[in-house]
Ligand binder design. Sequence first.
Ligand code: GLU
Length: 296
Amino acid sequence: MAPTRPGNYRGRFAPSPTGPLHLGSLVAALASLLHARSAGGLWLLRIEDIDPPREQPGATAAILHSLVQHGLQWDGDILWQSRRSAAYDAALAALRSGGHLFACACSRRELGPEGSCQRDCRSRQAAPDGPSALRVAVPADFESQWLDPWQGPQHWPLGRQLTDFVVRRKDGLYAYQLAVVVDDAYQEITDVVRGADLLDSTPRQHLLQQLLGYPRPRYAHIPVLADNAGQKLSKQNLAPALDDAAAPDNLRLALHYLGQPAPPAGVNNTRALLDFAVAHWSPLNLVRAPAVTAGH
Ligand code: GLU
């Protein structure tokens, strides 16, 4: 278990080992680190290795190496999601006994928009004969609101109701939404800082926290870096891996994308750059951060 300072800020970075870190993930890691450190808080690391088919061999080692080379030092032990099955099973059991789960045997072809269940498995309550996914039944009146420092006031759902979402997949693997909520509670995370590509996951996570009786962290979503064509910089879009040998330059670039003051020219090692960045962290600058294009 990670070290505790009761009542204090506890942030985290939670990469999935689907590929090495790229500039977009460095920006997200840096934002959550600076937000935590400037609040005198802890910054924890969790490796979200719950999806072996999507894992890339060597990605975890590459991510850890990049973090260390960039001076992004986490507090306490790493939490590995691959070792947390018992906790996820316990959460599923609690959801099941509260009557919040149903089995959905829809095939991939039968699923609707955003992977929604189209066969009304929820009201049919039929015991499926084949393998099935477990979904959470989202209450019709469920709403989630929070004040996001970078995305503004949030009030979900937007328009349509949230669809009943998967917490355990048909192939038996735990879904991201379940694991992230169980582990944020276990690590006593007070503040989640991550990319705005996860904005629509937050209402689902709020619902699970409510159903499981967990405290709700604060959520803040930074703008997502896009390339010149407007495509999100992501592993799926084959954003280039960070060059660890150029860590100080990468940090300077990431600070630029976060709208932060440029460290003076003489500040050139990662430690000094990060000290400067913590001391000058100005979260409000982020809303008017430079145009998010990374041309490399
Ligand atoms: N593991 C997720 C990812 O790499 C991030 C999870 C989170 O920050 O909530 O996209």
